[in-house]
Ligand binder design. Structure first.
Ligand code: C3B
Length: 839
């Protein structure tokens, strides 16, 4: 506990205890006060959203004590700080999570209910900040939760997109995109800090000069500048005083008016510059699209990286530390290559702005940066045309050339006369049009490179980063992904969490390994009955929602077979559809066939420009339209596509799932994190040996996991042998039958052309080898169906899945990053006692 200074004491008497107290009466008073004075509404005119805002401000008030204390403490002690640089943070709604982490969920719920309000309706008012595409952005959010919960000083740096990931509607079964106006009604969780705005240069040219010590220097003369304005959101750890910061940058014009242009009477011309500047943080790019050549995307990356690095220099200086200590104060993690421009930008700041020489600047840069790779897909490896790069960032291109010169000399030394290797490893791709290779840049500039699951990290060393592994084997390591049990169990599955806590106490929430203590209860019939009753009630809730929103009746007793994630060919939602069509066809041929009734649930967005993925959505909905209406099936099969998959919706789906579909082609899914959320909530997995599935299966036991399909080496070998998908079609009658049925137009009102692009790709190319895995998948699904019909044994397996998932907490991942990569220790925050606080 810090000793209070006179100011602290003065503050403590000035601070309003009404803003920290957490007893029910105080919460009610604060709530009504906020409604009146902050939201500006009398109760008679208030909407549910007004109530939500009043509640959110009440919660924020109660976080500020910790947030301010944390900031003060880190500053005083110059704490070593992790800076997580990420173009995406998919945070999900804040309110419920903050209540959980602060430990005041129950008193607040009770206070709202006593005021006659429906607490769940209030929670549902929040527009979630959808500032990410999928797994990568959500991982960043889980990591911020764990960093704060483990009391590690850290800042998440990113972009405050005005429009996050688009909202998905379905029209006639096709995806339609709508813009996400998440800021429309205001964001109660952020605080703008205009006093810490920074200027970011773009374009122009460079020139050389000699400084007053007669040293040769370079100066960047930009042709544009924009202002980066930080918006801070507190990230509260679970039941600790630590509240770290998520700092997102908004782009603004430096001057609202270009006065030179304005004075010539060109009013609209003057406003144009303002509009152009603000475009930089306007919209999140939906991934899976070719980004090369998209200048605005490169501008976004440079913008947030430059803002963040300049912010770090400000903090360093504010704490009286020298520029040479940059790497002692900060550990920077590059979340994929999106922020890899940090390497030349940090070099530029050290060289040009702070006057360091090259070798010292390079040493500091390498000691600061570490890089996480999240994908082996070649199309996702970022590269920028050299011409575009040079126009936007002329100084950075020079620095990259210099890094490259020195680096290639190193390669020459270690591997003499190996021109092909030099060409592959160069930071510049010169095989055709010239490109800057961001993954190569990240590898060369970082002290550590990690993949996100054991298999993925091995494949990185063998394939896309093989040359770098051969040069720098000591840089490579694995950090298997994890997810936060606070959001993915406590918040989204309260009944299951309460059951667990009733048996082993609540330490598991911070030490997920301790779930192991539940294991013996898997053999306790009473416990299994309680577990099953909870699963059933959560399934009933989801069924009710599906009925209300989509008018489809599903049976909560049926097997909920769920695939939720981005729509992509490698994730193979269409393999799942082939199984459905096979079941459908079997039932049509033999209506008395005894199968396990199933409800197939799909959800996920397709990138707007990814036509095949959009066609996959249409295939799911078209099959669903037919299956759901056919009386011959006697309601044994239902197929639902839930629109607009996001964090909010996913929290309702994972707890209600029986079967988790993790069926990517082996070697293509880097890790997956949804696979972990399902298993923690007691769903069994049907999956390939891909990504973290491998480790999940090891953890939960092979006998509690439905494995099928080719392994990663088998996929490679079969391709090398000359894979012929058509021969599988000819050899497997059920496969042929399913494909022929789709091709006949049975699911498309007789239109045999609709799904032809998809079917032709499968029959004649099939890059993700659905046809090779089809029979194994069908057989495995049959095993699943049989297993489900023994409810008691199924529940036993479900319990074992959940309680053996301890090592997939993001707390474990973050603890490993801290000790192996960042070399940073927890820094517990003691709070000055401003009065009564706490839960
Ligand atoms: C994803 C990968 O596709 C997942 O396998 C992985 O679990 C997550 O990252 C988190 O590591 N990913 C993504 O969402 N976006 C990318 N551009 C690349 C990978």
């Amino acid at each position: 506990m810090d000793t209070p200074s006179p100011v602290d004491v003065a503050v403590s008497t000035a601070l309003d205890k009404e803003r920290t107290a957490t007893d029910i009466e105080s919460i009610k008073r604060a709530f009504l006060n906020n409604l009146f004075y902050v939201q500006g509404k009398p109760v008679s005119l208030a909407t549910q959203h007004d109530y939500y805002m009043a509640l959110a401000y009440l919660v924020r008030d109660r976080m500020l004590h910790r947030w301010n204390g944390t900031a003060e403490s880190y500053t005083q002690h110059r704490a070593r700080t992790v800076c997580y640089l990420s173009a995406e943070f998919l945070m999900g709604p804040h309110l419920g999570n903050n209540l959980i982490n602060m430990g005041i969920y129950e008193p607040v719920r009770q206070a709202m209910e006593e005021l006659g309000l429906n607490f769940d309706t209030l929670l549902a008012q929040e527009e979630e900040p959808g500032l990410g595409n999928g797994g990568l952005g959500r991982l960043a959010a889980c990591y911020l939760d764990s960093l704060a919960s483990l009391e590690v000083p850290s800042v998440g740096y990113g972009i405050r997109y005005e429009f996050g990931i688009f909202e998905q509607d379905l029209r006639d079964g096709w995806q339609v995109e709508r813009t996400d106006k998440w800021l429309r009604y205001g964001n109660p969780w952020e605080v703008v800090r205009p006093e810490w705005s920074v200027e970011v240069k773009l374009g122009g040219y460079t020139e050389t000069y000699t400084d007053d010590q007669d040293r040769y220097r370079v100066r960047w003369v930009p042709d544009r500048e924009v202002l980066g304005v930080p918006y801070d959101t507190p990230i509260l750890g679970y039941q600790v005083n630590t509240a770290n910061t998520l700092r997102l940058w908004k782009a603004e014009a430096i001057e609202s008016f270009d006065f030179a242009v304005f004075n010539q009477g060109n009013y609209y011309g003057a406003v144009e510059q303002k509009v152009a500047s603000e475009n930089i943080s306007k919209v999140l790019y939906p991934n899976d699209e070719k980004t090369a050549g998209k200048q605005l995307r490169l501008e976004q990356q440079f913008f947030f990286v430059s803002c963040s690095l300049q912010d770090m220099f400000r903090i360093l200086k504010g704490q009286g530390m020298a520029v040479e200590q940059f790497h002692e104060k900060f550990a920077i993690q590059l979340n994929d290559t999106h922020p890899a421009i940090a390497a030349p930008e940090l070099m530029r700041l050290l060289l040009d702005e702070h006057g360091l020489d090259w070798s010292l600047a390079w040493e500091i840069t390498q000691k600061t940066l570490a890089y996480t790779n999240h994908t082996l897909l070649p199309e996702a490896l970022e590269k920028w045309p050299v011409s575009l790069f040079g126009q936007l960032l002329p100084r950075h291109l020079q620095i990259i050339y210099e890094i490259n010169n020195r680096f290639l000399d190193l390669v020459r030394m270690k591997f003499p006369k190996d021109a092909a290797r030099l060409a592959r490893m160069s930071l510049i791709d010169e095989s055709g049009d010239r490109y800057v290779r961001m993954a190569n840049l990240a590898c060369v500039s970082s002290h550590t490179i990690n993949g996100v699951a054991a298999l993925h990290s091995e494949l990185l060393k063998e394939t896309v980063l093989r040359d770098f592994y051969e040069l720098f084997p000591e840089k490579f390591c694995n950090k298997t992904n994890g997810v936060t049990p606070r959001r993915w169990m406590v918040l989204s599955n309260p009944r299951l969490s309460t059951l667990i806590t009733s048996r082993i106490g609540d330490r598991w929430i911070k030490h997920l390994d301790e779930l192991k203590a539940i294991e013996p209860l898997a053999d306790d019939a009473g416990f299994r009955a309680e577990w099953r009753a909870i699963k059933q009630s959560v399934k009933r809730e989801l069924a009710g929602r599906i009925h209300r929103q989509h008018g489809i009746l599903v049976d909560p007793a049926s097997l909920f077979d769920v695939q939720v994630k981005r729509i992509h060919e490698y994730k193979r939602q269409h393999l799942n559809v082939l199984h459905i069509v096979t079941l459908y066809s079997q039932l049509k041929q033999n209506p008395s066939l005894d199968i396990t009734p199933r409800t197939f649930i799909f959800s996920g967005k397709a990138a707007p420009g990814y036509h095949m993925a959009k066609l996959m959505i249409k295939l799911v909905t078209a099959v669903g339209d037919m299956v759901n209406r056919d009386p011959d099936l006697r309601n044994q099969l239902k197929v639902i596509f839930l629109p607009n998959y996001n964090v909010t919706n996913s929290q309702r789906i994972y707890p209600a799932s029986d079967l988790s579909e993790q069926i990517s082609t082996a070697g293509f899914e880097a890790s997956g994190t949804g696979n972990m959320k399902f298993a923690m909530n007691g769903a069994l997995t049907i999956g390939t040996l891909d990504g973290a599935n491998v480790e999940i299966r090891d953890a939960v036991g092979a006998e509690n996991f439905f494995l099928f399909g080719l392994t990663a080496p088998e996929v490679v070998a079969l391709k090398a042998d000359g894979y012929d998908p058509y021969s599988y079609y000819q050899r497997h009658p059920m496969l042929k039958d399913a494909i022929d049925l789709i091709a006949s137009g049975h699911f498309s009102h007789g239109d045999g052309d609709l799904f032809k692009p998809l079917l032709d790709k499968l029959l004649y190319h099939d890059p993700f080898m659905l046809l090779a895995d089809y029979q194994a998948y069908i057989d495995c699904q049959e095993t699943v169906g049989r297993a489900y019909s023994d409810a008691d044994s199924w529940t036993r397996m479900a319990i074992l899945n959940s309680v053996r998932m301890g090592s997939f907490s993001s707390d474990r991942s973050i603890a490993e990053y801290c000790s192996d990569i960042w070399k940073v220790n927890p820094f517990p925050v003691g709070l000055v006692d401003y009065g009564e606080i706490g839960g």
